[in-house]
Design a protein around this ligand. Structure first.
Ligand SMILES: [Zn+2]
Length: 300
């Protein structure tokens, strides 16, 4: 599953290949993967709402693309550029049995591959994009939200722990597990802190930290998680370069040198520095005791 920074990376990568190019034909190989009548037209804009990509055409139609679990976009022209769930498809002869839709441009083809068929492309009238049920229900992203608004939302969920609240996509859009841990580490807030105890200044810190870690990830090409890669098919290196705590249990905290630990919060593996991210006494949701620093790797 891509996180928001990966989809933004794909959006930026695709711009180099299909922006201002004309769609001559769309071939639908799997009915489930394409909703609406295939349009023609020039791609005049590539937008992103949450994890949905939108290609706006010059004739008032838009294509909404959801990659979901196993979706891939592979542009094959003078060069090949591949984005999404990595597999041998990135270098294979296409189309193959996982190809669901082929979008023909003047000078290349964009293959939509999707092994498990959870992803899809949908045709929408451009003025209706923002009224689409999926897009309408998206909460604001950290860049769009003001600190006061986040603070208010935290007060409304004051008995839930802060990590669970910022992972809730109906409250704030875009923070997956990695970015939630990294944001709370940067803001020096313990993930089990009750949301009702977060001060307005801390709410602002969380928001600024979220923007910073996500921007760092976008600039380095997405977080990869071993399952996501850049639009040109190479791997991003967010985890190696920028992650301070995520999947670093047992290693020294880059800020204070204390050992990073891993606990379970809201059902998710959670990484923190117990010295930098202190727990307000008696006001914390109880941690499910599980993972010692030596716990098995590979879980999120
Ligand atoms: Zn520390």
């Amino acid at each position: 599953m891509p996180e928001l920074p990966e989809v933004e990376t794909i959006r930026r990568g695709l711009k180099n290949f299909i922006l201002r190019k004309k769609i001559c034909k769309i071939e639908v190989l799997c009915d489930k993967s394409f909703i609406g009548a295939p349009p023609k037209g020039i791609v005049i804009r590539i937008r992103r709402f949450g994890k949905a990509l939108i290609l706006d055409l010059d004739n008032g139609k838009s294509l909404m693309i959801h990659l979901r679990m196993t979706g891939q976009l592979i542009y094959d022209g003078k060069e090949r550029y591949a984005a999404g769930h990595p597999s041998e498809n990135f270098t294979a002869n296409l189309p193959n049995r996982q190809t669901r839709v082929i979008i023909y441009f003047d000078d290349g083809k964009l293959y939509f591959n999707d092994q498990r068929k959870f992803g899809f492309i949908k045709v929408i009238e451009t003025p209706e994009v923002e009224n689409d049920s999926f897009i309408k229900k998206l909460a604001k992203e950290p860049w769009q939200m003001q600190a006061e608004e986040l603070y208010e939302k935290l007060q409304r969920h004051k008995n839930s722990c802060i990590k669970a609240v910022i992972l809730d996509q109906s409250i704030i859009c875009g923070l997956g597990n990695i970015y939630a841990d990294e944001s709370l580490f940067m803001a020096k807030i313990h993930p089990l802190t009750k949301s009702g105890l977060i001060t307005p200044a801390e709410a602002e810190k969380i928001l600024l930290s979220a923007r910073e870690v996500m921007e760092a990830s976008i600039n380095s090409g997405g977080s990869t998680m071993a399952t996501y890669v850049r639009a040109d098919g190479t791997k991003g290196d967010y985890l190696e370069k920028f992650a301070q705590v995520f999947r670093r249990e047992g290693q020294p905290c880059p800020r204070c040198g204390h050992k990073i630990t891993k606990i379970k919060v809201a059902g998710r593996g959670t990484h923190l520095c117990p010295r930098c991210q202190t727990i307000p006494k008696d006001n914390v949701i109880h941690a499910q005791k599980n993972s010692a620093p030596t716990s098995r790797k590979g879980t999120k």
